[in-house]
Ligand binder design. Sequence first.
Ligand code: SF4
Ligand code: SF4
Length: 209
Amino acid sequence: MKLPKIRELIEAIKALFTGPYTSKFPGKPHVPHKNFRGQPKYDSSKCVGCLACEEICPAGAISHRDEVTLPVPRRIMIHYTDTCIFCGSCEAYCIANNEGIKLSQDWELSFFDRKKESYETIEKELVLCEICGKVIGCKDHLIWIAERIGELAFSNPTLYQTRLKRFGLVDENLISAARDKSRADRFKILCAPCRRAMTKESEPDSEMV
Ligand code: SF4
Ligand code: SF4
């Protein structure tokens, strides 16, 4: 007769006292191990809407949609829970101290309606160019950049004007009626092409110099 190995015997004796390894789910709710890496969840109060997580996601489980209707244009960040592989790259590369999106203990992936329940979204406010109306970035992201570079932000009117919005000193998402690109527009919130065009327009005529 083949005798059980010592290790197997010890495991069997231990199991008599500790119970089986398997859980009673779905009879009882399953509590995952404390180190379990489940679905990532956005934290809209920490996320700045930079899209780094969308860039880095190897499974293409993150995307976004920009809705540019005034008065509050919005970026909608979408995380597809049915595509995610829980690799954690989004959290690892999140510029907001790895807190804009974080792996959670949530492991449940079943749902009844895939079209409605297989994703989660958050919204971030967008800043638009005051001349052409194109998207510059999320308001929180521009403030994040301005705070990172400190006083250097004063060399870029788009950054410091966006920062001043927090204090109600700058109007929200104006689109210039004149759509001008003259020297007078120097202090507007502008996208890079409009700022380039404005700077070129306001340069002295080379033939006059
Ligand atoms: S955990 Fe990985 S696969 Fe899932 S959203 Fe984050 S980067 Fe993409
Ligand atoms: S702040 Fe983090 S979670 Fe938000 S968009 Fe950027 S990388 Fe993604």
